[in-house]
Design a protein around this ligand. Structure first.
Ligand SMILES: [Zn+2]
Length: 374
């Protein structure tokens, strides 16, 4: 009997041990599941936070003053690379002078920063860093042969959301402006380089004439350039000069403060700005001045855009409401070439327009085709 009791007792103990063991295993499984769930939640929360974070905190000035937001632009989360919407501006076959289109557009206080002659190993990264710090997008008129020698830099320009546009293949006036054929050959070479670097099948067709496309009697290449404007139109290319500049290619070398002063003077009184600057190896002062130039223009109420981001609607309807308002004197704002001084004659701000967009028109104001600059 005693043996039976002993046997029963041991069996009970065994069962209890078994139950306790199973209990511990269950508890361990629950604990592991709980820890995994916590880790998963933490990872999800962290990834959500990082994707919602603004591109860059913006710090103004070096004097301890700072602003958390500089403009509505900074509130935007990083956006996909903007793409050209050719439907919003007249086709190049109708008017391929983008400066003219911008002057004619129904938009206010827009600034298009442009950097010519890159990409370069030393200046381009500095310009890109500053643009990124201020969350500003710009247009780089790059030289085809330099795209090929600095492909990683050109790719960085593109990947950081800037527009790469065409500034010929070699930037050698004597070779470039022999004829429309030599010019168009270089434009096509550069366009192919832009295609390769961006991977886009048809990048925005935009050219800046080396030396500017202004019709100036002081420029011996001007007659060829005027013919090239028609050739560009034939192949669907826009061209764009400028109406403001920092003077980094004018006269003697300037320091960053002088470049800012030059910009302020040339931009004065203008509603929409296309700002000429240079992304060339010797233009350290341009990189140095860029932050203060952006701060100044932002303080004046300008927002920054790429040259394929134009809010266009035809001015023809509302211009006629202004009883034949003539705005041909806008052309006098242009410089005669990259090496001339800024001629900041008073520019008449675009009249307020209230008509609905009329994307396919825009030619009845006498602005059709290449404009003739005095
Ligand atoms: Zn140039």
């Amino acid at each position: 009997m005693a043996t039976m009791n002993e046997f029963e007792r041991r069996r009970r103990e065994r069962r209890m041990r078994e139950r306790r063991r199973k209990k511990r295993i269950r508890a361990a499984i629950i604990l592991i599941a709980f820890v995994c769930a916590v880790i998963l939640i933490v990872i999800l929360v962290m990834s959500r936070c990082s994707s919602n974070k603004p591109a860059e905190p913006v710090q103004l000035g070096g004097d301890g003053t700072s602003e958390t937001t500089l403009s509505p632009q900074n509130e935007e989360t990083p956006t996909p690379v903007p793409t050209a919407n050719p439907m919003t501006i007249p086709p190049a076959s109708e008017n391929n002078d983008l400066m003219d289109i911008i002057e004619d557009a129904d938009q206010e206080k827009r600034c298009y920063l442009t950097f010519d002659d890159g990409p370069t190993e030393n200046i381009t990264p500095q310009i890109l860093d500053t643009l990124r710090r201020y969350n500003v997008k710009a247009t780089f008129f790059e030289i085809g042969s330099l795209i090929q020698t600095n492909p990683s830099m050109a790719r960085r320009v593109y990947e950081e959301g800037h527009l790469i546009a065409n500034h010929s293949d070699g930037h050698n006036y004597a070779k470039l402006y022999v004829s429309t054929d030599t010019f168009m050959n270089e434009v096509n070479e550069c366009y192919e380089a832009i295609k390769d670097i961006t991977g886009e099948a048809e990048p925005f067709k935009l050219v800046r004439f080396p030396g500017g496309g202004f019709n100036s009697s002081a420029d011996s290449y001007s007659p060829v350039k005027q013919e090239c404007k028609d050739a560009l139109a034939e192949y669907g290319f826009y061209y764009c000069d400028w109406n403001a500049l920092n003077g980094d290619a004018e006269g003697r070398t300037k320091d960053a403060d002088e470049l800012l002063d030059y910009l302020i003077e040339s931009a004065e009184g203008q509603d929409n700005l296309v700002v000429l600057m240079h992304d060339a190896a010797a233009k350290q002062a341009t990189a140095d001045a860029l932050g203060s130039i952006i701060e100044y223009l932002r303080g004046e109420g300008y927002t920054f855009h790429r040259l394929d981001d134009i809010e266009y609607r035809s001015s023809s309807d509302s211009s006629s409401l202004d009883s034949g308002d003539t705005d041909t004197d806008e052309n006098s704002d242009y410089d005669t070439d990259e090496n001339s001084n800024s001629d900041d004659e008073d520019s008449t701000p675009a009249p307020q327009r209230t008509t609905a967009p009329a994307p396919s028109s825009g030619s009845s104001g006498g602005n059709t085709g290449p404009i003739i600059i005095q």
